[in-house]
Design a protein around this ligand. Structure first.
Ligand code: M6P
Ligand code: ZN
Length: 194
C-alpha cells in the first residue's frame, strides 16, 4: 500500500454490496491473469488468454485508517466470475509477514470458498456465500475462489503492519485447487504441492 496521512478523527466510508463500488477509494489495484499466471494449472489456456489481450481477474480497493497509534485498514475485493481453462478465478493468496496478525474476511456478494493453509499444509476451506464472515488466524495463508456466476465481493479488515508475503504460495501453490466439473466446483489436490 501507498503512504497515507494520519487522521485521529472517526471516519465512515460507503460500500454498495451489490456492485462493489466503494467510496472513497484512495488506492485501487487491478490484478490481471498476467500478474499471477503461475497460479493456474492449465498452461495452454493461460497463454491463450494473455496472448489475446489478457484478462482482469479481480480488483481491490484499499482504505487505510491510520491514526497516531493504530493502523487498521479495509480491503474491498471484487473477483469477476469465470474460469481459466476449468480453474475458477481467485485471488493470488498470501501469508502475513508478521506471525501475530489475523484478519477478518466478510463475503457481501456471490458464492465461493475461502481457502486457508498453514506452512505445514494444515488446510481448511470455508464455503462462502453472502453474509459469511471468517476469522483467519495468524500464520494461515488465505485465498478466495469465485465459483459462482456473479462477482464475488468481500470486505477484509486487517492491520497494515501485517504485511503481505506472496513467495510461499508462488513457489508451492495451495494444497488444493478448485475446478468446474459437470457445472459444479470440485476441489482437486495440487499435483505440484510439495
Ligand atoms: C483482501 C486483503 C488484502 C489483499 C486482498 C487481495 O482485501 O487481504 O490485504 O491484498 O484481499 O488478496 P491478495 O493480496 O492475495 O491478492
Ligand atoms: Zn491477509
Amino acid at each position: 500500500m501507498q503512504k497515507y496521512n494520519k487522521n485521529n478523527d472517526p471516519i465512515s466510508v460507503q460500500l454498495d454490496t451489490k456492485t462493489g463500488v466503494f467510496f472513497p477509494c484512495p488506492e485501487n489495484v487491478d490484478r490481471f491473469l498476467s500478474d499471477f499466471p503461475y497460479m493456474f494449472q492449465e498452461i495452454d489456456s493461460v497463454q491463450e488468454i494473455i496472448k489475446s489481450g489478457d484478462r482482469k481477474i479481480y480488483e481491490i480497493c484499499y482504505y487505510p485508517f491510520l491514526t497516531d497509534n493504530s493502523d487498521m485498514a479495509l480491503g474491498v475485493t471484487t473477483i469477476l466470475s469465470g474460469t481459466v481453462g476449468k480453474q475458477y478465478h481467485m485471488t493470488k493468496g498470501h501469508f502475513h509477514e508478521r506471525n501475530d496478525q489475523p484478519e477478518i474476511y466478510h463475503c457481501v456478494n456471490g458464492v465461493g470458498f475461502l481457502q486457508m493453509m498453514d506452512s505445514d499444509g494444515n488446510y481448511f476451506s470455508a464455503p462462502w456465500e453472502k453474509g459469511t464472515i471468517t476469522h483467519i488466524p495468524p500464520q494461515f495463508a488465505h485465498r478466495v475462489i469465485n465459483t459462482g456466476e456473479q462477482p464475488l465481493i468481500f470486505v477484509a479488515v486487517f492491520h497494515i503492519s501485517a504485511g503481505h508475503e506472496y513467495d510461499f504460495i508462488k513457489d508451492k501453490g495451495f494444497k488444493f485447487n478448485y475446478y468446474e466439473v459437470d457445472g459444479k466446483p470440485k476441489s482437486v489436490l495440487n499435483p505440484n504441492w510439495r
